[in-house]
Design a protein around this ligand. Structure first.
Ligand code: NAP
Ligand code: F7E
Length: 364
């Protein structure tokens, strides 16, 4: 039986990866941070599985990682834990560096020190490409020019993973994953913030949605498909680094238009800059406003990935389109916000997803 060790198991990707590995008959061991409120809602539906083991742990605590890894002796380690919010990383840069940067080194050091015979996956990010991008779309050879404390911390993790692979012959892979979303996405990332707000607005629970930069562009895929790529990287003969992306990008503005369209609302735009508003064409009500607090000190304007290497070497290909993704997220948020089951509920496995998520995510 293969034994996986996952950090960040309570997050979006951790929950989908755990489902995938349990389906593949892995024994899954995972660390959970101590929290003053319950933080396991995304994995609660898995916790009774006899092959799933949870421990208190933290990427900032070397002795804890050392003790657990030496005892468990996993065959695969997936390092998904991070302070993963780019905007927040400007407020807590040191903590972000500690977890998203040094946390990776702590794990690699345990593997090296204890001669653990295991494969290692590092959750790298397109945010490492940052601002001054010389290639569009971005691939494994594109220069990294990160534009946030988060991007800089992830870049440290990227290079220390490459360094340990080369220096100590570790089977260590970097995934360079572009944005991936789902009904389990944290509610302060822009896609989920939008789909939740649209659902709340049509139920009369929220008046309008406040956003920052509408014109940044992102390459958005579905998290379920992206965790499969993480697993595939560790099943190869040789360790390597891979870009994982859909190859299509849209602006925040386009995402918001599509999400409102899903519930039959056409948005028209008026004004400029901080005074721009998105208005319901039919009722003339203002549904989107700009709030400068959601702007970042430095922004990444455009991310568009080229996942040709992953397609050719891993056989990985995304299936979800942006419309499938929005539909699934909208269905879930309409369901939890209003108990509305729309005609589209049968699409895209949404019923099953809703049932799974209803169990997995309790949003009050
Ligand atoms: P997420 O939902 O924010 O999950 C991150 C997880 O890390 C959470 O479970 C969090 O614990 C845990 N964590 C944070 N600090 C920790 C610490 N000090 N020790 C142990 N665990 C800690 O992120 P995600 O979207 O699943 O992403 C997974 C990984 O991929 C992250 O490393 C992220 O930076 C990276 N990534 C994500 C994307 C994306 O678009 N989603 C793209 C590229 C890379 P709590 O649940 O207790 O907060
Ligand atoms: O922002 C703009 C914001 O926070 C996307 C993480 O998973 O993907 C994610 O990072 C864009 C940015 O994701 C709001 O300025 C406008 O341009 O959803 P986000 P992100 O920063 O791209 C990468 C690949 C990761 O690795 C990260 O871990 O949307 N934006 N208005 C807004 N963003 C937020 N959060 N909130 C707004 O109101």
């Amino acid at each position: 039986m293969k034994k996986a060790f996952i950090t960040g198991v309570c997050g979006q990707d951790g929950s989908y990866l755990t489902e995938l590995l349990l389906e593949k008959n892995y024994e899954v061991h995972a660390i959970i941070r101590r929290s003053s409120i319950f933080n396991t809602h995304r994995i609660d539906h898995l916790r009774r599985n006899e092959n799933f083991f949870q421990y208190y742990g933290d990427l900032t605590d070397s002795s804890n990682l050392n003790r657990l890894l030496k005892t468990i002796k996993p065959t695969e380690i997936y390092n998904l834990a991070a302070q993963s919010h780019v905007g927040v990383s400007f407020d807590v840069p040191e903590y972000t560096a500690d977890v998203a940067g040094l946390g990776t080194l702590r794990l690699l050091e345990v593997i090296r020190d204890s001669n653990l015979d295991c494969k290692f996956y590092q959750a790298g990010s397109s945010e490492m490409f940052g601002g001054k991008i010389d290639t569009i779309p971005q691939n494994e050879n594109t220069k990294f020019t990160p534009r946030s404390p988060y991007g800089v911390a992830k870049l440290y993790s990227h290079w220390i993973t490459v360094n340990y692979r080369e220096a100590y012959n570790l089977f260590a892979c970097n995934g360079i994953l572009f944005n991936h979303e789902s009904p389990r996405r944290g509610e302060n990332f822009v896609t989920r913030k939008i789909t939740r707000a649209v659902a709340a607005i049509i139920s009369g629970k929220q008046e309008f949605l406040e956003l920052g930069n509408l014109d940044a562009k992102r390459d958005w895929g579905h998290a379920k498909e992206y965790v499969k790529a993480q697993w595939m990287m560790l099943q190869q003969e040789q360790p390597d680094d891979y870009v994982i992306a859909t190859g299509k990008c849209y602006s925040i503005r386009e995402f918001a238009i599509k999400a409102f369209e899903y519930v039959g609302i056409e948005i028209v735009w008026k004004g400029n800059g901080l005074n721009e508003v998105g208005i319901d064409k039919k009722t003339n009500k203002t549904l989107i406003k700009i709030n400068k607090n959601f702007y970042r000190p430095t922004e990444v304007d455009l991310l568009l990935g080229d996942a040709t290497k992953a397609k050719e070497k891993l056989g990985w290909k995304p299936r979800y389109t942006i419309d499938d993704l929005i539909a699934e997220m909208m269905e879930y948020d309409l369901y939890i916000e209003n108990n509305i089951k729309s005609v589209n509920l049968n699409n895209f496995g949404a019923i099953q997803e809703n049932i799974n998520c209803k169990q997995a995510i309790h949003v009050s």
